[in-house]
Write a protein that binds this ligand. Structure first.
Ligand code: MTE
Ligand code: MO
Length: 425
């Protein structure tokens, strides 16, 4: 069998291959014009290093940290409002991570009045309003309830808002799109506590309030509270981090992050929404006809190629794995397609298991980059059949500058010198 016939046929233009290409590339090495793994070097010998000539350092007594060689892997795009150091956000460096779980220390942050230093022994959650029996729950009490663990993404409604600017910002993938993270959350289904308090017939909404100085609050429809909402106490197996809501937060799977009230200390059951600042002037969607969409809760289906991506640089031409993340507030990801020719032809990417509802799903495909300028794009479809829109379609009915709920197709431009830029595809 000739090496030529072992090669898969391209699945779309400009070098997109089935990912089994990697196995085939591994069988034969790159011939003239052939396909070979890019970065492996032929083995000669291995020299002994200082770290395997002597015993290593002692056992770790304290909380562990990443390797000291990984200090560049940190949150990015840190910005606070003028005159404050805690009202603003910082982002997850999506392009530096793999798999689907965001390490807790790299979860994005968004605070309206800094991070409160809450003593869990003094913190209490009050449930009152249209209930038969108002109740308070200490952290200790909640810890005795049956808990569930689920992997969900959390995305700020303002993620990628910079993409509505007239010109594409030249920032990294994380700086542009990193107000989203994905964790395993463990906590008590809110339904259990509401049933214990007993919702009265007028009770249709919940007003959830945080114990930060902003007393940030949001109105939540009762149906969502009785569905998959949890009061999270743990994140990736350990207690919530202070910045993510310690000692307890709401977690509304798939809905805009603002509703997942952190440092939760009060839930009032009401007959109508409270029309708080964050559901009227903020986190609402101004339309080109002058109207405003309120209560646009679920985050739309979207995807982003994290590797290669803006700010990174390509190595030599050759075989690459394109890898990225897709997610949808409506359920599971059904399909992700990739284009290497600016959207003219598309090929289906492989979805890595597990594919979970309202969670990051990782997708991969093989790309033979021939060194010429190329535009990479990805588009996702979720299990409801919703497809990620183009930027043009998304922007059509929006008022200029209205940047919440931005889920359009992302395009990365690869130049022939290997530089990668953010473009409007
Ligand atoms: N009490 C309180 N809850 C809050 C916020 C806040 O400032 N105060 N920020 C909200 C916003 S806008 C988002 S996007 C998410 C961010 O959660 P994270 O900081 O854990 O990523 O929390 C939400 N819950
Ligand atoms: Mo947010």
């Amino acid at each position: 069998m000739s090496r030529q016939s072992e090669r898969s046929a391209p699945v779309a233009e400009n070098g997109l291959f089935d990912r089994r290409q990697f196995l085939k590339a591994g069988l034969g090495t790159a011939g003239a014009g052939g396909i070979g793994l890019l970065s492996a070097t032929p083995a000669l010998s291995q020299t002994r290093q200082t770290w395997n000539r002597f015993p290593g350092r002692g056992l770790s007594e304290a909380y562990g940290s990443p390797s000291r060689y990984e200090s560049d892997v940190a949150r990015v795009g840190i910005s606070a409002q003028k005159g404050t150091n805690g009202s603003g956000g910082c982002r997850t460096p999506l392009e530096l991570l793999h798999g689907i779980i965001t390490p807790s220390g790299l979860h994005f942050e968004r605070h309206h009045s800094g991070i409160p230093d809450i003593d869990p022994a003094k913190h209490q959650l009050l449930i009152h309003g249209h209930v038969k029996q108002p109740l308070t729950f200490s952290v200790e009490a909640l810890n005795r309830y049956p808990m569930v663990s689920r992997i969900y993404f959390l995305e700020c409604g303002g993620n990628s808002g910079v993409m509505v600017a007239p010109e594409p910002a030249q920032k990294t993938c994380g700086e542009l799109h990193g107000l989203v993270s994905n964790s395993e959350w463990t906590g008590v289904p809110l339904k259990l506590l509401l049933e214990e308090a007993g919702i009265e017939p007028q009770g249709k909404w919940l007003i959830a309030e945080g114990a930060d100085a902003a007393l940030m609050s949001r109105s939540i429809p009762l149906e969502k509270a009785m569905d998959d909402t949890i009061i999270a106490l743990y994140q990736n197996g350990e207690r919530l981090r202070p910045e993510n809501g310690y000692p307890m937060r709401l977690l509304l799977p798939g809905w805009e992050g603002n509703m997942s009230v952190k440092w939760l200390h009060r839930i009032k059951v009401t007959d109508q929404p409270a029309m708080t600042k964050d559901e009227t002037s903020r986190y609402s969607d101004l339309q080109s006809d002058g109207s405003t969409l309120l209560f646009t809760y679920p985050m739309g289906v979207r995807s982003v190629i994290t590797n290669p991506s803006a700010g990174l640089t390509m190595g030599a031409p050759g075989l690459y794995q394109i890898s990225g993340l897709a997610w949808s507030g409506a359920g599971k990801i059904r399909q992700v397609e990739i284009s290497a020719d600016g959207g003219k032809s598309w090929a289906e990417a492989d979805l890595e298991v597990p594919v979970l509802t309202k969670s990051f799903t990782r997708f991969n495909t093989a790309w033979q980059w021939d060194g010429s300028p190329s535009t990479l794009m990805s588009r996702a479809v979720d299990e409801t059949g919703a497809m990620q829109p183009t930027r043009q379609v998304l922007m059509a009915n929006r008022a200029p500058g209205s940047g919440y709920h931005y889920n359009a197709i992302v395009g990365w431009r690869i130049e022939n010198n290997g530089e990668i830029r953010n473009i409007y595809a």
